[in-house]
Write a protein that binds this ligand. Sequence first.
Ligand SMILES: Cc1ncc(COP(=O)(O)O)c(C=O)c1O
Length: 390
Amino acid sequence: MKYDFDQIIDRKSTHSAKWSYLKKIYGDEEVLPMWVADMDFKSPNEVIKAMEERVRHGIFGYTGIPKSFYKSVSNWVKKRHGWNIDEEWIVFTPGVVTGLNLAVLSFSKKGDKIVLQPPIYPPFYKVIEKNGRKVLNNPLKFNGIRYIMDIDDLEKNIDEDTKILFLCSPHNPVGRVWDEEELKRLEKVCLEKEILVVSDEIHGDIIYSGNKHIPIASISDDMAMNTITLMAPSKTFNIAGLHTSVAIIPNEEIRKKYKETIDLIGANTTNIFGLVGLEAAYNYGEEWLDELLIYLEGNLKFLMDYIEKNIPEIKVVRPEGTFLIWLDFRELELSDEEIKDLMINKAKIGLNHGPTFGIGGSGFQRLNIGCPRSILEEGLSRIKNTINNL
Ligand SMILES: Cc1ncc(COP(=O)(O)O)c(C=O)c1O
């Protein structure tokens, strides 16, 4: 391997959301953080170098978006996901969650319903509720091993107040990489019932072997015209703090309205380093990403083997993509508060608490494997020692 993903780099001194506020969040500085969805790896050298070069210029005034920005997005999407997109479909957004808010503000009104497929990344709820819209839950079905969409339930519950569906593809936290058949079934319902699909594909580059990420908008022309796809290099290259992402919107009318909302709330201002970072990552980061994926797959295997051998009471929901692992603690027959207390106060490990992911989250915790293997091993040994002492 050319890149050293085993290297441990101190992040506590950088105001890292994951590492620098442990006392505030968990009440204990000794907690090992394995929660927020960023990674403990350095970004590709090419990204660092491009930003260094820009720093050396020394002037950081208001900055426009160069043509090359759009080109690097379209090249990346074609190369990694086989989707041909027009550069004019690409709209800059300062973050994917902002992109979700923009869609809600543009294409629904207060009181309208937006479909979620829980358990789901908690900000999805917040985006809907804080904007005065209502959540229509379409819970995923779980057979103890794998989650699938419940399309019949979706079809049954959509009504005329339902305007948007938030798709999480790949799905955080359950790690599904949706296959073509599922996406086609979803497409049929959404087109028939005129539901706009807002597809959050921020994890779309982190895919394990044997799986393929399919942008839902790429499955048909009709679906392309009915979808806002949100993508970003943030998870892929560990540059979430640069807050630079895109919405890909083939439908001209939808795009126009979306851009109007961007202007309305002043979300059209760029971040110099985000622009530079995105281009460098998409243009030169592929080799790094391919190695990262091998390393993450190694972490996943290490975790699966470790838990099976040492903590068999916990079941791993094997992810097909994402560096987030959904752990099933239900066999322990403890309450959510007891699991939380055990993890934070006994094991001293900071995970994401299952119930925050909504329906289906009870009895689960989410663990982030985007870290050097030695940190993963330390985290798992803390869980093992605690559970084995119960
Ligand atoms: C599914 C999903 N969407 C969006 C985000 C955050 O995106 P951003 O930081 O660009 O708002 C995350 C981060 O964890 C995520 O998991």
